[in-house]
Structure formats: C-alpha cells, structure tokens
Design a protein around this ligand. Structure first.
Ligand SMILES: Cc1cc2nc3c(=O)[nH]c(=O)nc-3n(C[C@H](O)[C@H](O)[C@H](O)COP(=O)(O)OP(=O)(O)OC[C@H]3O[C@@H](n4cnc5c(N)ncnc54)[C@H](O)[C@@H]3O)c2cc1C
Ligand SMILES: Cc1cc2nc3c(=O)[nH]c(=O)nc-3n(C[C@H](O)[C@H](O)[C@H](O)COP(=O)(O)O)c2cc1C
Length: 558
C-alpha cells in the first residue's frame, strides 16, 4: 500500500483524469511493471537444470511458475515446468534444483492438486540431501493460517535434507512484484553458488486489495415455499466492476448484533472502549461485529483461551458466547488478551452468476442459506445467513476473487457444464457471456437438485436459452422425485456415448458445486471413458489426465 501522503497525491492526480485517460494509465503502469521485471532477468547467463513446479487451485501459482520458467529459459537454464499433480514424485530425490510455487486453501491446507506431493514429503520422507530448493508461498493475510501450506513444504524439504537456495517468501494477494523479486534473488543465489540454508525469513509486505461497495438491487429466493432449501439470487450494483465468468466474489460477513451485545455483556467491557487490533484502533463493538470471528472457534483459539483464563478446557470447537458462559473471564486484562487471541472473520466466496456483458456494473450471486442442526436447534451459517438477510437497497463490501483456472474457451469450442445446486452459478455467467458474444460452440448443461417443482434454479432462463439456442442441450436430475435417488452423474451415464462424442470432438468439461459431487462425477467419468471408450482403467485415467493437461477438464468444487 502507498504511504498516506503519496496516496493523497495520487488521488489528487487521478481524480482529474477522464475514463479514457485512466484506461491508458492502467496500461502504462502495467507496462512499466512488466518491463522492470523483465529487465531484471537480463544479465549474466547461467547453465544447468531447474525444475519449477506449482500447486494451484485458482491459477495464480501456475501463472507465476510459468513466468519464472520463461525467465529462467531466457537466462540459459534447462527448465522442467510441471503442476505438482503431474510431477513424478520418485523424481524428487534425484532433483538438484527444485522450486515450487504453492498456495494455501481450505483451512491452511495445500490445493487439491498439491495434496499427493504434500503427503509424499510428509509421509514417505524421501532423502533429499542432493536437493537445492526454493518455496514461494501464495496466500491471503485475511485468513488466519497465512501461507501455511508453503511454509510447511519449506520446513519439510529442509527436514528431509534439502538446502534452501533462497528463504521462503510469503506473498499476499498482491503478489506480482514481490514474487518476481524473490525469483530474481533466487537466480542471483544460484549464480553465486548456494552457500548454506538461510534461516527462513517470513518477510511479508501486506498489501491491500481492491474492495467494492455493492448495493443490493434485488434479492429473490429461487426455491418454492415448500422447498427444504433457500437459495437467493442476489443482484448487486457496484461502480467500475471488473470480473470474468468463472470468478467469485469474496465477502467478509458481519456477526449478528444480538450475539455481539451478549458477548460484550459477558465480557463486562464498555462497548465503546477503543482497542488495537492489527495496528488499527477499533471500538470493542466494531471489532466484535466486523473483524473477529466469534462463532465455531477453532481448537487452537479455544486452547489459547484456556491458557488466558488459566483453566483446562477440552479441545473442541465452540462459539465464543458459550465459551464465555461456561468459562467466564475473571478480569479486564484477560478480556484484552481474549480479544487479541480471536482470529479474523474469514472471507467466504460466492461464484459469480452473471456476465458484465449482459449486466453492466452489476454482479449476481447465488447463495444457498446454510442450515445445520445443533442440539436439535436449527442454526445457520454466518455469511450465507448474513447475505440472505441483507435488505434490498442496503450495501456491503466485497472483492473479486479471480479464478484463472476456470475460464471459458474460445468461442468456437463446445462446453459441457455440470453444476448441481449452487454449482449452477458460474454456468449462468458462462451462458450469458457466450450469448452476448455470439459464441458458435455448442453448450450442454447438467443440473440437479432435490425436486423439480421447488428446486429448479433459474428454470425459466434455461428454458428460454434452449428455445433461442443459447443452450444446445440440458439434462436435469431431481434426486427426490422418485424412490431411487437420481443425481447428475446418473444423467451423464445415461447419455454416455453422446457425452464421449462431445469430449472426443474437443469439448471442454466444467464441474462446479459440492466436493463430494465432484468426486462422484469423476468416478462416473472414468467409467464412461473406460466402458464406452473401450479402455482399461489405467488408459481411462491417462485419458482423463490428458484432458487435465489440455485444460479441458476444469473443476471448481467447495
Ligand atoms: C470457490 C468457492 C465458490 C463458492 N460458491 C458458492 C456459491 O456460488 N453459492 C453458495 O451458496 N456457496 C458457495 N460457496 C460456499 C460459501 O463460500 C460458504 O462456504 C457457504 O456459504 C457457507 O458459509 P457460511 O458462512 O454461511 O457458513 P459457516 O458459518 O462457515 O458454517 C459452515 C458449516 O460449519 C459448521 N458450523 C458453523 N458454525 C457452527 C457452530 N456454531 N457449531 C457447529 N457447527 C458449526 C456447520 O456445519 C456449517 O454448515 C463457495 C465456496 C468456494 C470456496
Ligand atoms: C477457499 C479458499 C481458502 C483459502 N484459505 C487460505 C488460507 O487458509 N491461508 C492463506 O494464506 N490463503 C488462503 N487462501 C488464499 C489463496 O491462497 C490465495 O488466493 C492464492 O493467491 C491462491 O493461489 P492459487 O490461485 O495458485 O491457488 C484461500 C483462498 C480460497 C479461495
């Protein structure tokens, strides 16, 4: 972020520019950054091999690893570039120079594509005494376990005998400049000869991200009143929006005010008292409403709470309010310490279900109100409940979370989209975009939910698209409309030969929705490739891997 003085100067200058001048300036600054980063790679040549790997969920690590590979090749290195899920694990102990760019997902976990590698280094424990390595860890400081997966990999590679070329670099959401500086530094270290493992220095420049203030234009429950579900289609307007089909919005929800009031009473603290958190001053009520997570505290926070109030508390997840009722704080110092021990509210993502080409300055989302039972009482998830309760006309903040991995192919390519439940969201965006641009490729949509009459999300829109040619084909599976359960994967199986024909003709396959559904679909996919494609199990897996490598099998599951 810029210092305040510089920011004011910049704002003063920028406010006077027209929209066209701003667009030009944007290109000019990008060019400056690119040139300076390219320039740093010029210089003395270096020879030998370098393996560059990446573990990515939304494409950032892949993008950086690819840029590093280009730079390294220009410098004279022989580069092998691979995704960690395609990387042959048995090669690791033979490597001499190995770098990995890896992000953190879930709760401090590696991306799905990096899990096999992660487990291999932690469980098989290969001897890496020949290895010189570097780790670039991507993350987001809004999450409590910032860059955890990258840090874990860095520490484990050293434990296995590897020697760091360069210290691990943790990068926040605005990673472009820092990551290239790290890579340039690593190349310098290679040129000068790696001396010894430097102590990992977790130096991070925390950067800001662009946030938007969105106004809710409309909010409609897409489920009928007799459904067991509530799924809200929310239309939001915001100025200067930039996003692509496949992206999500990130929201940091607010905690319910009644719960916050009760917590303040239990803590016995003045709600207007000013306290510091992450170098900012907040009133207690502001902190507990908008910054700190108070529900379903992770065990590590409950553990810290026990230490603060000097009591032994079982290692369980629990809401702060219940913790305070069972194990009250005893004095003001403890209250301050508890406020410091609480972690930030983590962002929640919602796939964008609109295209900017169809809705200028708008973003639409499809939010299922999360419901669960606790002690026989129905409770709701924090963010989905927050969004579903926001009234039309109200405003909230969000950011765009890009997904470079989940993008539409060129206009002439066929697409197959599998999106049951809220997994349908990005495909509404895809179809809107393709209709707006007059794409010529065919499109086939699979949707599923519980009941046709109450849960057919965006039913009339799909029917219109089928009539007007925006959608070529649609198949639906309503699991509870008959005795035996029918899901989207059963519909795939039913249309196996045509499905395989589309794939063989070069169609791109997209899957979005629940993780478990993604696994079920993948199993059926392998079955179809094997049986209808007349392949052995191994050959079917090879075919699927080929689709992944060609970027024709794309998943966004959560
Ligand atoms: C890339 C991506 C795209 C997504 N797209 C969509 C989308 O388009 N639409 C959509 O609806 N969702 C989407 N999601 C999911 C969404 O981000 C949220 O995870 C979801 O809305 C639930 O969040 P929540 O805050 O409502 O629930 P949370 O408060 O996070 O609760 C989640 C679960 O935690 C447990 N839990 C929470 N509190 C307690 C407690 N006090 N005691 C016991 N258990 C508890 C329950 O099992 C509950 O169901 C997406 C996620 C990702 C990663
Ligand atoms: C669902 C989800 C969970 C995340 N969890 C974490 C986390 O626990 N810690 C962290 O530092 N970053 C977390 N991130 C942020 C990503 O690591 C960050 O966006 C990164 O740039 C993604 O890189 P990739 O596109 O290569 O996967 C999370 C992102 C998402 C979408």
């Amino acid at each position: 972020m810029l210092e305040e003085v510089k920011l004011n100067e910049l704002n003063y200058f920028v406010e006077r520019l027209s929209r066209e001048e701003l667009v030009w300036l944007n290109g000019y600054v990008s060019g400056l950054i690119k040139n300076s980063l390219q320039a740093e790679t010029k210089g003395t040549k270096i020879s030998g091999k370098l393996t560059i790997t990446f573990g990515t969920e939304t494409g950032n690590s892949k993008k950086l690893a690819t840029e590093f590979a280009t730079k390294a090749r220009k410098l004279g290195l022989t580069v092998k570039l691979a995704s960690l899920d395609q990387y042959r694990l048995s090669d690791l102990s033979k490597e001499e120079r190995f770098i990995t760019v890896i992000s953190t997902h879930g709760e401090g976990e590696p991306p799905a594509a990096a899990k096999k590698f992660f487990n291999h280094i932690h469980e098989s424990r290969p001897d890496l005494s020949k290895l010189q390595y570097g780790v670039l860890a991507l993350g987001d400081s809004a999450y409590p376990l910032f860059c955890k997966a990258g840090e874990d990999v860095d520490v484990q590679l050293e434990r296995l005998g590897g020697k760091r070329i360069s210290s691990v670099q943790k990068c926040d959401v605005d990673y472009e400049i820092e990551s290239h500086e790290w890579f340039n530094h690593l190349i310098d270290a290679l040129k000068n000869g790696v001396q010894a493992s430097p102590i990992p220095a977790a130096v991070v420049k925390h950067t800001g991200r662009k946030t938007y203030t969105g106004k809710i234009l409309s909010k409609v429950n897409l489920n009928a009143s007799d459904s067991t579900k509530e799924t809200y289609h929310i239309e939001i307007s915001a100025a200067d929006l930039v996003y692509h089909p496949g992206d999500s919005i990130g929201v940091i929800p607010k905690n319910p005010s009644t719960e916050v009031e009760s917590i303040i009473q239990l803590l016995g603290v003045d709600k207007n008292k000013v306290v510091q958190n992450k170098d900012h001053d907040y009133s207690v009520v502001e902190l507990l409403t908008s910054k700190l997570s108070i529900s379903y505290l992770p065990e590590r926070v409950v553990g810290k709470y026990g230490v603060i109030i000097n009591q032994s508390i079982p290692a369980i997840r629990i809401d702060l309010i219940d913790l305070l009722k069972i194990y009250p704080t005893q004095n003001e110092n403890q209250v301050e310490e508890v406020l410091q021990a609480l972690e930030p509210i983590t962002p929640r993502l919602y796939s964008i279900s609109s295209s900017l080409l169809a809705h200028e300055e708008e973003v639409h989302i499809t939010v299922a109100r999360n419901c669960f039972q606790l002690d026989s009482v129905t409770r709701h998830g924090l963010c989905s409940n927050y969004l579903s309760k926001l009234p039309e006309g109200s405003s909230f903040e969000f950011y765009i979370h890009k997904n470079l991995q989940f993008r539409l192919p060129s206009q002439d390519k066929d697409i197959i989209m599998i999106g049951p439940g809220t997994g349908i969201a990005p495909f509404r965006s895809f179809v809107e975009e393709r209709v707006s641009t007059g794409a010529t490729g065919r499109s086939w949509l699979f949707f599923g939910d519980q009941h046709f009459s109450s849960d057919f999300l965006y039913q009339t829109e799909w029917q219109d698209y089928i009539k007007t040619g925006g959608l070529t084909k649609m198949n639906v599976a309503f699991s509870r409309d008959q005795i035996e359960k029918i899901y989207v994967q059963h519909k795939l199986l039913h249309h196996a030969s045509e499905f395989l024909e589309w794939l063989t003709n070069g169609a791109y396959l997209y899957v979005c929705g629940a993780k478990s559904m993604g696994l079920d679909v993948e199993n059926i996919l392998l079955e179809i490739i094997s049986i209808d494609g007349r392949k052995s199990e191994e050959e079917a897996q090879v075919y699927l891997n080929q689709l992944i490598e060609e970027g024709r099998y794309l998943k966004d599951v959560y």
